[in-house]
Design a protein around this ligand. Structure first.
Ligand SMILES: [Zn+2]
Length: 73
């Protein structure tokens, strides 16, 4: 029974983490300090380590990120 609960907790935790990534509308680049719409082509070229997920434009600007010139977030 303990194994069942451990598996359940793991599934809930992973689902929550996945939902956070999906809910993010903006993706910042920690290296260039620019942020993009989640569907911008530049996001696909970004190194996963540089990706910073954000839920709002205000959040990105408050963190010092500049809007991308290509996707105009
Ligand atoms: Zn962009």
């Amino acid at each position: 029974m303990k194994k069942f609960f451990a598996a359940l907790v793991t599934i809930i935790f992973m689902t929550a983490a996945f939902a956070t990534v999906l809910a993010a509308s903006y993706v910042g680049n920690a290296n260039t300090k620019k942020f993009h719409h989640a569907d911008c082509s530049m996001v696909g070229k970004m190194k996963p380590a540089n990706k910073v997920f954000m839920n709002s434009r205000d959040e990105a600007i408050a963190a010092g990120y500049v809007p991308c010139k290509r996707c105009n977030p």
